[in-house]
Design a protein around this ligand. Structure first.
Ligand code: SF4
Ligand code: SF4
Length: 343
C-alpha cells in the first residue's frame, strides 16, 4: 500500500459516531448473531468525494452511490478525475469567480495568485485548509473529498433504507477505485450487510486476489471494468497492464460471485472488432460472466480536471453513435452474452 494512502486510514481511534453506536441501536435479535461482524474496531476513516442518492445506473433498483477517493489507474478518458488522487483537493471554477479578491486576502498560506484582476490557486502551496471555500460566496471554490467515518457514511446510507427495500436497490461503492481504501470499504460492506442492504462494488480489478477475496462474501454484486485486451495498449491508456485484472475476473466469477462486466466504449481506442472479439472470447471461455454493460464515452471529466488543476489527458474522441453501440451489443449477444447499453 502506498505510504500516502496508509496515512489516510486510522484504526483504534475514538469515534463518537462509529458504527458500534449506530449498529447496536438498529439491529434485531437475529442480526445480533449476524456473521457480518467488523473485522476489527469499526472506526475506519476514509476519504469520500461524493454520496449520490437515488441512482439507478450502478446496480439493481434505487441505489446510494458512495464515491471513494484514490485509484491506481490513470485512464486517459476518466470521467471522475476527482477520484484519482487519494487526497482532498481544491476545485476552482473560474467561470463562477466574480473577482472579489476575498480568497487572496484571506488565504493563510499565500496560495492565491493575483494576475491583473484574476485570482487563481497556487496549488503547490495550497494546504487545502478550506478558508477560501468558506469565504467564496460565488461558490467558485470547493474542497473535493472529506474524511468520513464508517458511522457517518452509514448514517447517510440508512436514510434511504425504505427506497432500497421497495425497489430492490442498495448501495454501490465506486470512485476512484473503492478497493484502494480496502479497510474502509470492507468495514462499510460489513455494516451494510448487518442492515440487510444489497451491496455492489465497482472495481477496475487491479488489486491482489486477497483483496477481492476479503470483500467477496459481503459483496452481492461486482461491477467489473474491462477496457482493453491488449496488454501494451492497456498499459498505454491506463498506466497499468491487464494481466492481474483478467486473472482476478476469471477467479472471481468462477468462485460463484455475481459479476457484471462494464466496458467503456471509446471510439478508436477499444471499439475495434479485434478488441471486442477478444473480450467476448475471454468472457465466454475463461469466466462465468453472462452480463456486459456498454458505457458510452463522454467528456464530462475534462472540465473537472481543469477545475482541479490536473493536466487533462482526455482524448479528443467523438461520442459513440447509437447505431455503433447497437452493433457492439449485437456482437456480444450473438456470442452468448446478455449485453445492454448503459449501466
Ligand atoms: S473568493 Fe471566490 S469569487 Fe472571490 S476572487 Fe476568490 S474565487 Fe473568485
Ligand atoms: S484551501 Fe486554504 S491554502 Fe488553499 S487556497 Fe484556499 S485558503 Fe489558501
Amino acid at each position: 500500500m502506498p505510504q500516502i494512502f496508509s496515512d489516510l486510514i486510522t484504526f483504534g481511534t475514538t469515534c463518537s459516531s462509529g458504527i458500534w453506536n449506530l449498529d447496536t441501536s438498529n439491529i434485531s435479535a437475529n442480526q445480533s448473531v449476524s456473521p457480518w461482524k467488523p473485522a476489527r474496531p469499526p472506526d475506519a476513516i476514509g476519504i469520500v468525494f461524493d454520496i449520490m442518492r437515488y441512482c439507478v445506473h450502478d446496480g439493481p433498483g434505487i441505489r446510494t452511490a458512495v464515491f471513494l477517493k484514490g485509484c491506481p489507474l490513470h485512464c486517459s478518458w476518466c470521467h471522475n478525475p476527482e477520484g484519482q488522487s487519494n487526497g482532498i483537493e481544491l476545485s476552482f471554477r473560474e467561470d463562477r469567480c466574480v473577482r472579489c479578491g476575498d480568497c487572496f486576502d484571506l488565504c493563510p498560506n499565500g496560495a492565491v495568485v493575483k494576475e491583473g484582476d484574476r485570482y487563481r490557486p497556487a496549488r503547490e502551496t495550497c494546504m487545502v485548509c478550506g478558508t477560501c471555500v468558506d469565504s467564496c460566496y460565488a461558490e467558485a471554490r470547493e474542497l473535493v473529498g472529506r474524511e468520513m467515518s464508517v458511522g457517518e457514511v452509514m448514517n447517510e446510507i440508512l436514510k434511504d433504507l425504505a427506497f432500497f427495500d421497495q425497489s430492490g436497490g442498495g448501495v454501490t461503492f465506486t470512485g476512484g477505485e473503492p478497493l484502494f481504501q480496502i479497510e474502509f470499504v470492507d468495514a462499510l460492506l460489513r455494516a451494510c450487510k448487518r442492515h440487510g442492504i444489497h451491496t455492489a462494488v465497482e472495481t477496475s480489478g487491479f488489486c491482489n486476489w486477497a483483496t477481492l477475496e476479503r470483500i467477496s462474501a459481503a459483496t452481492d454484486l461486482f461491477l467489473y471494468d474491462i477496457k482493453i485486451m491488449d496488454d501494451e495498449a492497456h498499459r498505454r491508456f491506463t498506466g497499468v497492464g491487464n494481466g492481474q485484472i483478467l486473472d482476478n475476473l476469471a477467479r472471481l466469477s468462477l468462485s460463484g460471485n455475481d459479476v457484471v462486466v462494464r466496458m467503456p466504449v471509446l471510439p478508436g481506442i477499444n471499439d475495434h472488432e479485434a478488441n471486442l472479439r477478444a473480450i467476448l472470447e475471454f468472457l465466454t471461455k475463461r469466466t462465468s460472466v453472462q452480463d456486459i454493460h456498454l458505457l458510452p464515452f463522454h467528456r464530462i471529466g475534462k472540465d473537472k480536471s481543469t477545475r482541479l488543476g490536473h493536466q487533462s489527458t482526455m482524448p479528443d474522441l467523438p461520442v459513440p453513435e447509437a447505431e455503433h453501440l447497437n452493433a457492439i451489443s449485437t456482437l456480444f449477444k450473438q456470442g452468448g452474452l446478455r449485453a445492454m447499453i448503459g449501466g
